[in-house]
Structures are given as structure tokens and as C-alpha cells.
Design a protein around this ligand. Structure first.
Ligand code: C5P
Length: 308
């Protein structure tokens, strides 16, 4: 008898990545922009599962299958260039370099985050694939090594691999974890327009803005963090609004809602967030914006370990 195969399924969350602040501080010779950004995770997310496939290795590339389900599955085609599979192939190479033989797996992606929306959906899925297969294949690589391996897959990848609150500089590869950053009650809102990141960076009018203010060693509470955030920005907001004016409408609606302490866009948009007084208020805000046909999610920001 084969037994209950579901027992063998391993699972990893791929939380939304939210840029509480994002300052564009310069541009490299290769065109990539230098950032100074404060990042948290959570509120909503995708999930990735891995089920072992009974297949002996023939020495060639390991068999990897990917199926995509969930409300945003249609926006993704499970093709070889899917970031999840590209991440898996990168880790396969690393496994062999370490003298280990990766086993065949069927990956299942449950897609709940909107596509191309500034909350790192695809990057977070790929980061989850690295963490998940690191376990399944018994590689035991530290997060810092997984983050290093992830860099060819995109500037957001290392932040998503870490999954802790953090400050990222460079193009996203220089990471300082901020372990005791207070959790924030938050609503995420996406008006359903996919905003291409390169177009938003191209529409920037100024690329040499000041970085984030001095970061205290410790935040007492959410109010303390909000005080700091009041002196920060997302420099990609004006160019993103120029590309997709509906983002301005989302921000205006969030800013006018009772109990909202901060309304801002994440990443290059179009998803915006509101930090609310508490989760009950966040649910009310989400309900009023969902009534306009916009995607919403409510929850607390929190480090990866507390999401699992
Ligand atoms: O690295 P990723 O694939 O997410 O970046 C997509 C595009 O966004 C890049 O090709 C580049 O045009 C722009 N980008 C940038 N500076 C960054 C990150 C992204 O100019 N730090």
C-alpha cells in the first residue's frame, strides 16, 4: 500500500514583501538604481509545496514539476522561465557542486498575491522555493548563502529569502536585518493594474535623493516606528502614479479612511498599504476599498518564522 502521500508534502510560505519606505539614492553604470529601503513581510502570501516524486536519478537534470493554482494562477504560465523553477535549477547546481544528488519533486504554487504588483510576489515565490528545496534536499545552507545564490533572479530576491524586517541598500543586496521591528496592522490594496517596474524607474525625475534617516537601535512600539516613517517616502510613488493614475486614487482613498496612520505605495506599485490603528480598523478600511472592486488583504506584518 502506498500510504497517505500528503504526509510527505513539505510547505513554505511566500509572504508579501512590503516597502515601508523606499528612497532612490542613485544609479549604477549598468542602469540599476541604488535604493535605501525599509522592508517588512506578511499580511498575505502565496504558498509553495513540495511532494517527492518516486523517480531514480539518471545523472541528468532532476525532474521538477510545477503546477499553479489559486486566485491569481491565470496570470502565470508554468513554463521553464517561471521564477520558482529558475530558483530550483540554481539550487540544483549548488547541490551538485556540494556533491549532493537532488531528488525529483512536484512543486505546487498556490497564488494569492497579485502579479507584478510591487509586493514581490514572484520574488517571494522563488525565495520560498530556495528555502523549501534547501530543506527537502537536505542541503542545510544558511539563509545568507541562499540570498547570494538568488541574486541573478532579481534585485528583490535577497530580501525575500531573508524574510525578516530589514533595511536594504545597494540595488537590494546589502541587507541589515532589523529583528525587533514592531508588527504593524495593515491593509494591502491593489487596483488591478500590472505596473511594469522598468517603466516606473524610467519615469523618475530625480535619482539622487537622500537616504533613509538614522535608524534607532530599538523601536519602542508601532507609534515609534510610525514617527520615523513620517520622515520617509516612496520615491517611486510619483512616477508610478504617472504610469498608472489609479494608484493616486487608491492612496487618496486610504489616506481619507478613518483610523489610517500611514498610506503609501509599496515597491514600484501598484499595491498600496495603509498602517491602521488596529486590525479591526484595517478590516473596515479593506471592506470599504474592496467595494470599489479592488483586491485587498488584511493582517499583521511579521517575520517569516512567526508566519510558519
Ligand atoms: O531585478 P528585477 O528583475 O526585479 O528588476 C526589473 C527592472 O527594474 C530592471 O530591469 C530595472 O529596469 C529596474 N530596476 C532598477 N533598479 C533596481 C531594481 C530594478 O532600475 N534597484
Amino acid at each position: 500500500m502506498e500510504g497517505d502521500r500528503s504526509e510527505c508534502v513539505d510547505r513554505e510560505v511566500a509572504p508579501a514583501k512590503i516597502n515601508l519606505a523606499l528612497h532612490v539614492t542613485g544609479r549604477r553604470a549598468d542602469g540599476y538604481h541604488l535604493l535605501d529601503t525599509l522592508v517588512v513581510h506578511g499580511v498575505a502570501g502565496d504558498t509553495l509545496t513540495a511532494r517527492p516524486l518516486a523517480e531514480a536519478s539518471d545523472g541528468g537534470p532532476v525532474r521538477l514539476e510545477l503546477t499553479v493554482a489559486g486566485p491569481f494562477a491565470a496570470g502565470l504560465v508554468a513554463e521553464p522561465d517561471n521564477l520558482v523553477l529558475r530558483a530550483a535549477r540554481l539550487l540544483e547546481v549548488e547541490a551538485r557542486r556540494l556533491g549532493k544528488e537532488p531528488s525529483a519533486v512536484a512543486l505546487g504554487l498556490d497564488k494569492h498575491l497579485p502579479i507584478a504588483s510591487g509586493i514581490g510576489g514572484g520574488s517571494s515565490d522563488a525565495a520560498a522555493a530556495l528555502r523549501l528545496l534547501n530543506r527537502v534536499w537536505g542541503l542545510d545552507l544558511p539563509r545568507s548563502r541562499l540570498a547570494e545564490l538568488s541574486r541573478p533572479l532579481g534585485a528583490d530576491l535577497p530580501m525575500c529569502v531573508h524574510g525578516t524586517p530589514l533595511r536594504a541598500r545597494g540595488i537590494g543586496e546589502t541587507i541589515d536585518p532589523l529583528c525587533d521591528l514592531p508588527s504593524l496592522p495593515m491593509v494591502l490594496v491593489n487596483p488591478g493594474v500590472a505596473v511594469p517596474t522598468p517603466a516606473v524607474f524610467r519615469a523618475l525625475t530625480r535619482r539622487d535623493n537622500p537616504g533613509l534617516p538614522e535608524m534607532p537601535a530599538h523601536f519602542r512600539d508601532a507609534a515609534d516606528l510610525l514617527d520615523l516613517l513620517a520622515a520617509t517616502r516612496n520615491d517611486l510613488e510619483p512616477p508610478a502614479i504617472a504610469v498608472a493614475p489609479v494608484i493616486g486614487e487608491v492612496l487618496a482613498a486610504l489616506g481619507a479612511a478613518p483610523g489610517v496612520r500611514l498610506a503609501r505605495m509599496s515597491g514600484s506599485g501598484a499595491t498600496c498599504f495603509a498602517v491602521c490603528v488596529d486590525e479591526t480598523v484595517a478590516r473596515d478600511v479593506a471592506a470599504s476599498l474592496a467595494a470599489r472592486g479592488w483586491w485587498t488583504a488584511v493582517g499583521l506584518t511579521r517575520p517569516l518564522e512567526r508566519l510558519e
